[in-house]
Design a protein around this ligand. Structure first.
Ligand SMILES: Cc1cc2nc3c(=O)[nH]c(=O)nc-3n(C[C@H](O)[C@H](O)[C@H](O)COP(=O)(O)OP(=O)(O)OC[C@H]3O[C@@H](n4cnc5c(N)ncnc54)[C@H](O)[C@@H]3O)c2cc1C
Length: 176
């Protein structure tokens, strides 16, 4: 079985190894090593095992968020500013301190910032970087918006429960 430079099992976009009837899922295939990516890998492999039609593979996998559990948590999805610039994207930025979020004040978890990039022509969200208490929860909302082509205005105008960190979308996206 063919291995990569770091000893990982080499796979094609269908997660098939160099041995036709053997697939590799999860960490062992290299690439992003997260529990939820290992889980998602089965969505690529299962239809093949069942002989079902599927266009889901590593190339059609949509954006997924990541979280680094420092304090506060750093979570991101899609483009950050550097990547957007390098990709020649036109973008507007909304940024605010976590200290402006009521729940953060209540819990005295006020350090960090929230940042979202929006394409001003389509109103679609290009990416977000949250360095914040509960960033790892909030980022899933943004990933959903990106993958489902939900306008930033829908998040801006959403009616959120209070007190929550996600209600910060009202104020943050007002800045676009
Ligand atoms: C310290 C740490 C913190 C992490 N934190 C996060 C996090 O917060 N969020 C996140 O999404 N991911 C996190 N990860 C990554 C996550 O744990 C992995 O991406 C995930 O477990 C990969 O799942 P897997 O099924 O591919 O492999 P594993 O979970 O490693 O499972 C592989 C299994 O195969 C078994 N095995 C190995 N060799 C053999 C053999 N020869 N025969 C039979 N069985 C064998 C192993 O014992 C193991 O049970 C973390 C990883 C580490 C190390």
């Amino acid at each position: 079985m063919a291995l990569g430079a770091r000893g990982e099992i080499k796979v094609n976009k269908h997660l098939q190894s160099s041995v036709e009837h053997i697939w590799a899922v999860g960490d062992v295939k290299g690439g992003p090593q997260f529990t939820y990516i290992s889980l998602d890998d089965y969505r690529i492999v299962l239809p093949q095992l069942l002989g079902e039609e599927s266009n889901y593979n590593l190339e059609t996998r949509r954006v997924y968020p990541t979280a680094t559990f420092v304090d506060p948590t750093f979570a991101r999805v899609g483009f950050n500013e550097k990547e957007a610039t390098e990709a020649g994207k036109n973008y507007k930025v909304a940024k605010m301190p976590v200290a402006a979020v009521p729940k953060a004040q209540v819990l005295r978890e006020t350090s960090g910032f929230l940042k979202i990039l929006v394409d001003p022509e389509t109103d679609l969200i290009l990416g977000a970087s949250f360095f914040s208490y509960e960033a790892h929860e909030m980022i899933n909302l943004i990933a959903l918006a990106i993958n489902e082509n939900i306008s930033y205005k829908s998040l801006r105008d959403g009616i959120y429960t209070h007190p929550t960190m996600s209600e910060s979308m009202n104020d943050l996206l007002e800045m676009i």
